[in-house]
Structure formats: C-alpha cells, structure tokens
Design a protein around this ligand. Structure first.
Ligand code: GRF
Length: 195
C-alpha cells in the first residue's frame, strides 16, 4: 500500500478525489496526512475523512529556506512513500525538492511544457489556443519543468471563461492523478527511472 502526504493551498478537489479513491479497498494508495501553506479550505475534505492536517505558513518564518525546513519536518513525520502537490501554490526551496524528489509529484492545469506557472489556465486563454490540457509531473527545481508522468489534451471551447476551462481541466487532472498514483503503486511507473 502506497502512503501519501498531499499538500494543498486551495479547495482541494484533487485531494478529495484521492481521499475517495483511498476508501476503495482495491485502490493501492492511502492519504495519511494533508498539509498546506495556509488554513486551506480543502482541509475540510481531510477532516471529513478523518485524516490529520498540518499547516506551515511562509509568513511565520524569516525566509523561504526556514519555512521549507519546517514544512519538510512536518512531511517527514509521516514517512510517506509519495508526496503529492495538488494545487500547492508555493515553490518549494531546492533543499526540500532534493530531500523528497523523485517521490514528489505535482499536477498542473496545462499541457506542459506549455503554460507553466501559477496561471496556466489564464495564460492558455490569453494565448488564444484551441486546446490546452493537464499534466502530472515529477517536481524538480524549475517551475513546472520536471519529467512528465502523464498528460492529456483538453479543448478550449468558444466563450470559455477561466473558471469554465479550469473546471473542465480539473476533471482530467483528477483522472490523470489517480491513474498516476495507481501506476506508481503498481510499479508500472518508476519515478526513479523517469527522473
Ligand atoms: C488545480 O488545477 C491545480 O493543478 C492548480 O490549482 C488547482 C487546484 O485545485 N494549480 P484544487 O485545490 O485541487 O481544487
């Protein structure tokens, strides 16, 4: 059984998909803790499923490295097999990435390497492309630049707002994330080999 720590910043819909999948006896992974860089709205999903949460706010530390060390300490308490960044909106300091990667994956609402960064959906709309997508990657020290585990295209529809498009992308993101976790748990994806 693959144990997961999931890090979020927002609503946690991808987290919820993992929590629901964790309830299926056939699913080979379990969320054991949920962390955030703030008092995230998505903690309510963890609480509903009886999963412990922790929050480490950047503003409480003198610098990013001190924050990263405190976050890493919390993550390590759980000794998880895999750490999933799912809507975690802060860049991790290089020493945190070095400590966790390649057992550190991220979901992104664009077809990387297209539209990296915090506004992948907005940037795709602004570029006027007819399709964008979703990706699951291994985290490295760049911005959404790590090895791609899986990705899928999502069409941009006429009249799409950022919200509409993001909602459709998130459906695909969730499927990709669940499949990636399944593949990692079953050994069909070897993160060390991909990294
Ligand atoms: C996802 O699209 C994630 O990739 C992006 O922010 C969104 C988070 O959604 N960076 P949620 O918190 O899982 O609902």
């Amino acid at each position: 059984m693959l144990s997961l720590v999931v890090l979020i910043s927002g609503g946690g819909s991808n987290l919820r998909a993992l929590l629901e999948a964790s309830q299926d006896a056939e699913f080979p992974a379990r969320v054991i803790a949920v962390g955030a860089d703030r008092d995230a709205e998505g903690f309510e999903h963890a609480e509903e499923f009886g999963i412990p949460t922790f929050s480490v706010a950047l503003s409480a530390f003198a610098d990013r490295d001190a924050w990263g060390d405190a976050l890493l300490e919390q993550v390590r308490l759980w000794n998880a097999d895999l750490v999933v960044l799912s809507g975690f909106m802060k860049l991790l300091p290089p020493r945190v990435v070095a400590a966790l990667s390649p057992q550190l994956i991220n979901t992104h609402p664009a077809y990387l390497p297209e539209f990296p960064g915090a506004h992948g959906v907005r940037d795709a709309l602004a570029a006027g492309v007819s399709e964008t997508g979703a990706s699951v990657i291994i985290v490295d020290n760049g911005v959404d630049s790590g090895p791609i585990i899986s990705q899928q295209r999502v069409p941009v529809l006429p009249g799409d707002t950022e919200h509409d498009l993001h909602d459709r992308i998130k459906i695909v993101e969730r499927e990709l994330l669940l499949q990636a976790v399944l593949d990692i748990a079953n050994g069909h994806v070897d993160l060390k080999e991909l990294a």
